[in-house]
Design a protein around this ligand. Structure first.
Ligand code: HEM
Length: 223
């Protein structure tokens, strides 16, 4: 058994504040949008909690951004664009592992290290979420929070209804993401391995699971 350092403290703090905040935003957002079928809070309470949590998560997002830009470690999020074919092949291998290999005892083809933490599927999805979807959710959220303050920009994108539609579509995406992300987070060498690592910083890895690309041993029933 060896221990690999994966998650630095600022990222662990960001991650769990973010996860808790997202759950609160999803519940209060559902109340605001679908108040006719959901009765968790009053509309006013839901709006208040939603706005406060939104502002906390904006500050929290800045921690994530600051850490990754200042350390230069943002590179772990950037797919290797100079090797697109190789990258696509690895992504397919990873998808096959999640779709089939994992059920028949294959080893995970990706071996995480601090500088090479994400498999190709994580790299693409996390980059899209952190660099595009969360910023768009923040901006449309600010528009909805005070449409008058941002009036001219809101008009530029076609009015507050467009901002609302984008915000709700992303709400649906994030609600689905959190379920898939939670499932994938339980697929370490034990169901809690990845989750504990996000608390302690260290992932414990069994030696026989340690060297991802051992395709020739692919069907070892090693769990
Ligand atoms: C129930 C809630 C959640 C759980 C249990 C959870 C679990 C985990 C775990 C175990 C990891 C480390 C393994 C990996 O890199 O995939 C991780 C990383 C990550 N999660 Fe989550 N997560 C949750 C919510 C969220 C939410 C709501 C978001 C964003 C919308 C998110 C975004 C990320 C990102 C971007 C990483 C990579 C962080 C980095 O190392 O830079 N997670 N999550």
């Amino acid at each position: 058994m060896k221990k690999i350092y994966l998650h630095p403290l600022p990222i662990r703090i960001w991650h769990w504040v973010n996860a808790l905040g997202f759950i609160i935003l999803i519940l209060t957002g559902a109340q605001i949008r679908f108040g006719n079928v959901i009765h968790l809070f009053s509309f006013e309470t839901a709006v208040d909690i939603h706005s406060w949590t939104g502002f906390i998560l904006i500050a929290n997002y800045c921690i994530w951004l600051f850490y990754y830009l200042v350390t230069g470690n943002i590179k772990i999020y950037i797919p290797p664009l100079h090797h697109p074919i190789e990258f696509a092949k690895k992504a397919v291998t990873q998808a096959k592992f999640y779709g089939l290999g994992i059920m028949v005892g294959d080893q995970n083809p990706h071996h995480s290290t601090f500088d090479h933490k994400f498999n190709p599927m994580q790299q693409v999805s996390y980059l899209m979420i952190m660099a595009a979807l969360i910023p768009v959710q923040i901006i449309t959220g600010l528009f909805l929070w005070d449409p008058n303050l941002f009036g001219p920009i809101v008009n530029l994108i076609g009015g507050i209804q467009i901002a609302d539609m984008i915000h709700v579509l992303l709400f649906i995406f994030f609600s689905a993401f959190i379920i898939v992300h939670f499932y994938l987070a339980t697929l370490g060498h034990t169901p809690m391995a990845h989750i504990i690592a996000m608390f302690t910083g260290y992932e414990e890895e069994h030696e026989e699971h340690g060297h991802g690309r051992e395709e020739e041993h692919g069907h070892s029933q090693g769990h």
